[in-house]
Design a protein around this ligand. Structure first.
Ligand SMILES: CC(C)(COP(=O)(O)OP(=O)(O)OC[C@H]1O[C@@H](n2cnc3c(N)ncnc32)[C@H](O)[C@@H]1OP(=O)(O)O)[C@@H](O)C(=O)NCCC(=O)NCCS
Length: 181
């Protein structure tokens, strides 16, 4: 299995990975989201990585730009959304390698903070922890019972506790339907 940066010609295979990984109903919504995010200028710079096995794209991770209103202007920050691995290739560490490779890439590019809205049982293993209590508001209020799903990690020390504010995503990700669960 190899991880590399995505290129233009990968788009249809990437969209297919999301459609299959997220299943019938949600797959269509996420497929559309990824398609929009890849074209959205407010999402740039973005980081798009693919996992390739058997000459096929079997996993994809996307990070896109966020602005933190209230923090130092221009603070480089990104959000992880979405991540998917083809069902037949899940539980073999591919998702893990995509997250780690993505975070390495972000750090090398000078990104200071990365956010995710995801499963609180999955992302803490990569260094994410609850964002709300550290002063980072999500674009839409997260219900109290799901507050642990809104997470952040700093890629350089000394950011959390100093910088705080309201996270503003790209136009494509800023639709309320992506913040409901
Ligand atoms: C989540 C996903 C990307 C993980 O990829 P993967 O290659 O199977 O992950 P890995 O093999 O690296 O890790 C497997 C671990 O992830 C856990 N996991 C898988 N899906 C999970 C989910 N939706 N929520 C929480 N944990 C999950 C597994 O239980 C396993 O945990 P363990 O190591 O403690 O046993 C993949 O299952 C997937 O594409 N799911 C559908 C799409 C999705 O839910 N994406 C994430 C939201 S953006």
């Amino acid at each position: 299995m190899k991880i590399r940066k995505a290129v233009k010609g990968d788009t249809s295979e990437i969209l297919n990975v999301h459609k299959k990984a997220f299943g019938e109903k949600k797959g269509i919504v996420i497929r559309q989201l990824v398609d929009s995010l890849l074209e959205d200028i407010t999402a740039k710079p973005g980081f798009s990585l693919v996992a390739v096995e058997d000459d096929m794209i079997v996993g994809h991770i996307l990070f896109t730009k966020v602005i933190i209103n209230g923090a130092s202007e221009g603070l480089p920050a990104q959000i992880l959304a979405p991540l998917a691995v083809l069902p037949d290739y899940q539980n073999r560490g591919i998702g893990c390698q995509l997250v780690k490779a993505g975070i390495d890439e972000l750090r090398k590019s000078g990104v200071k903070l990365v956010f995710v809205l995801g499963h609180p049982g999955y992302y803490p293993r990569y260094g994410f922890s609850p964002a709300g209590e550290r002063g980072y508001d999500a674009p839409y209020p997260i219900p109290e019972e799901h507050s642990g799903a809104w997470m952040v990690q700093e890629l350089y020390p000394g950011i959390i506790g100093v910088e705080r504010g309201a996270v503003q995503c790209s136009d494509a990700l800023n639709e309320p339907e992506h913040w409901r669960e």
